[in-house]
Ligand binder design. Structure first.
Ligand SMILES: [Zn+2]
Length: 297
């Protein structure tokens, strides 16, 4: 039995980012417990045992840290106190003379990054690398992903109702093919579940789509190995949704900025078939020479 955790990175609208990525990170149910423990072992030394790994928020710079002299030499409690003091001062100044939008944006930034302010940028990035290396070593785990180049998708004749639905269909098919082929190679029938972060805007939509796939299949295949409609969990409490988030971030940053640091560490986990890497597709113009397009053809 496999469990495939879904997450998206970027937005489907053709604004702000060039790519939209939907990723599925699949693990064997039998291995889930020790994988969860392995991720926790990465987090505990950095005081993150109760924190969610949210890659985009951990990966960015926090400028206020860089203005605190000797920040690297302070202990965790001192760093936290110093950053909080600076942030408080900044919010007070914005409340007095900034716009409402600036204040809201700063409040959100500070709330989302609060769990990590006792860690330097170097420590945060090295934790993400360690987690990515850990994922890279999990031989039985698989990553399925659809990376849509939005300028291409929205200007092409590709027919789809909604980019999210399209990407979901692609990831579900790849997962179905994987379960079918791996089961066949093992002489058994393998089944899988889909697990998604609890998000009201997509939960209804995914449930309806999955019901339809169970009834009539997708355009290319029947769905016989994925059971039920997606299950929804709280990402705060579930490490594997956070791992899917890290994979989505790494994949999107590879396609948008050519960043390979995290991407190369997880690359071996993309599903492979006779035709090369089949677990990920870059939905873009013909002739793209990126690693994924080369390995996919
Ligand atoms: Zn490409």
């Amino acid at each position: 039995m496999y469990m495939c955790y879904l997450d998206e990175s970027g937005v489907t609208e053709n604004v702000s980012t060039t790519h939209f990525v939907l990723v599925g990170f699949a693990v064997q149910a039998e291995q889930w417990k020790w994988m969860e423990k392995a991720i926790n072992r990465c987090k505990v030394p950095l005081g993150l045992e109760n924190a969610e790994i949210h890659t985009a928020w951990m990966h960015r710079r926090y400028p206020e840290q860089e203005h605190i002299s000797g920040f690297d030499h302070l202990d965790f409690a001192q760093r936290r106190a110093a950053v909080k003091q600076r942030r408080k001062g900044h919010l007070l100044r914005l409340a007095a003379s900034g716009t409402r939008k600036q204040l809201k944006s700063a409040q959100r930034n500070y709330r989302k990054s609060d769990a990590y302010i006792h860690l330097t940028h170097v420590q945060r990035v090295s934790l993400l690398r360690k987690v990515a290396d850990t994922i890279g070593r999990w031989q039985d785990a698989r990553i399925f992903a659809e990376a849509a180049d939005k300028s291409f998708v929205y200007s092409s004749n590709l027919r789809f109702d909604h980019l999210f639905d399209y990407a979901f269909t692609e990831v579900v098919q790849r997962y179905e093919y994987f379960l079918r082929n791996k089961g066949r190679s093992l002489g058994t029938t393998l089944y899988g579940l889909l697990v998604q972060d609890n998000n009201q805007t997509v939960s209804r939509r995914l449930t309806d789509l999955m019901r339809r796939f169970h009834k009539q299949g997708t355009k290319w295949t029947d769905i016989d190995h994925i059971v039920e409609t997606p299950f929804f969990v709280d990402s705060h409490l579930t490490s594997m949704v956070q791992i899917a988030d890290l994979c989505g971030f790494a994949i999107r940053r590879f396609f948008e900025n050519g960043e390979t640091d995290l991407f190369n560490r997880i690359y071996d986990r993309f599903d492979r078939g006779n035709r090369g890497v089949v677990g990920v597709r870059h939905n873009t113009h013909a002739g793209c020479s990126c690693r994924v397009c080369k390995d996919h053809s």
